[in-house]
Ligand binder design. Structure first.
Ligand SMILES: N[C@@H](CCC(=O)N[C@@H](CS)C(=O)NCC(=O)O)C(=O)O
Length: 215
């Protein structure tokens, strides 16, 4: 197996954390997003959506989308369990994962991609060159703040996002929170300051070697 990767990007980092938690490793092929390598014809044949990560199996099957990649890895190495152990647990894990992917990551991406130079004619990932819409920066900031508050409230009563133990939903949230933290200075918002439950959860995750080394 090999992973088409870009070591510094938030979504590939989710797979890095998952691999580390599972004690798995594999060849990683770096696709340099700052040089536009994801838009090359060669990479388009790997993923027509021009995004990383992509997991390539030994028989050539290619799997894009972090959750699908992690799900495959869970199936081939079920322990430690990160997707839930029964139907209700699995539904909770998928539900919270989806909430982070739909309610959290898009707001952050909206603020970032409509502001910084690197994304000037590339405001959305993929092969189409969408121009930036500056008004979306403020909306993205608002959505991000609202989402972080929501996560802080959710974690107020429990140690982990979906279950009473660590799961892939925590990895997805950690990816989003770390992305927010890297943006915080430029976008003038607080991430962990003033959100005590989120900050405690963040420290709890940092105590895990898999997360500390891979995040
Ligand atoms: N839904 C995808 C998102 C993948 C994604 O957006 N990857 C970013 C890196 S974090 C990317 O490849 N961006 C390419 C670009 O901006 O052109 C997943 O879950 O894997």
């Amino acid at each position: 197996m090999k992973l088409y990767d870009y070591a510094h990007a938030p979504n590939p980092k989710r797979v890095h954390m998952f691999l580390a938690e599972k004690g798995l490793d594999m060849e990683r092929v770096q696709i340099d997003l700052t040089k536009g390598e994801q838009l090359s014809e060669e990479y388009m044949s790997v993923n027509p959506l021009c995004q990383v990560p992509v997991l390539e199996l030994d028989d050539g099957t290619r799997i894009s989308e972090c959750l699908a990649i992690c799900h495959y890895l869970e199936e081939i190495k079920p322990q430690p369990n990160l997707f839930g152990s029964n139907p209700a647990e699995r539904a909770q894990v998928l539900m919270w994962n989806h909430i982070v992917e739909q309610e959290g990551i898009p707001g952050l991406a909206e603020a970032l991609r409509n502001r910084i130079k690197m994304f000037r004619d590339h405001a959305l990932p993929g092969p189409v060159g969408y121009t930036q819409i500056p008004e979306l920066v403020e909306r993205g900031r608002k959505r991000s703040k609202h989402f972080l508050d929501f996560m802080d409230r959710r974690l107020g009563g429990q140690d982990y996002l979906a279950l009473d133990r660590f799961t892939v939903a925590d990895i997805t949230l950690r990816g989003a929170v770390d992305m927010a933290a890297r943006m915080a200075g430029r976008f003038d918002f607080e991430v962990l300051d003033g959100r005590d439950a989120l900050a405690a959860w963040h420290s709890r995750l940092s105590e895990r070697p898999g997360i500390a080394n891979a995040a």
